[in-house]
Design a protein around this ligand. Structure first.
Ligand code: BTN
Length: 129
């Protein structure tokens, strides 16, 4: 069973890109997220992500969670939670569920402010490896 490493460049089925920088000893990590889709169909900007993974260095297939602040173009926030898997060929897959919270103007609109969904990420290979 190969270990799964979160750091690197990933792409999901919506063609969004995510780069996770080195995971710290305590499991904390940071990165950047470029979404291909937006609620208001505005142009996305690269957005910062922050997260934590479970049991760094122990379990080979860690669970993790991270948040993305879209504040360069939107007042929404997304929280992702998932797990990293490796198949027998060594291919890594991140399966996640997310909650996307948009800002609404009143408590009466709270009921419609949160979307839920699933994203699957695979490693994006760069030409030079
Ligand atoms: C916004 O449009 O207000 C913020 C961008 C939200 C992008 C969402 S987050 C969940 C889903 N996965 C993606 O890669 N993009 C969308």
């Amino acid at each position: 069973e190969r270990k799964c490493h979160l750091s690197g460049l990933w792409r999901n089925e919506q063609d969004s890109l995510m780069e996770i920088s080195a995971v710290r000893d305590d499991g904390d990590f940071q990165g950047k997220y470029l979404t291909r889709v937006t609620l208001a169909s505005v142009c996305a900007r690269v957005s910062p992500l922050k997260g934590a993974q479970q049991q760094p260095g122990e379990g080979g297939w860690p669970t993790f969670a991270f948040t993305v602040r879209w504040d360069k173009f939107s007042n929404a926030t997304t929280a992702f939670a998932g797990q990293c898997f490796v198949d027998t060929g060594g291919k890594e897959t991140l399966t996640t569920m997310w909650l996307l919270r948009e800002a609404v103007g009143s408590l009466e609109e709270d009921w419609k402010a949160t979307r839920v969904g699933r994203n699957v990420f695979t490693r994006k290979r760069t030409p030079k490896g």
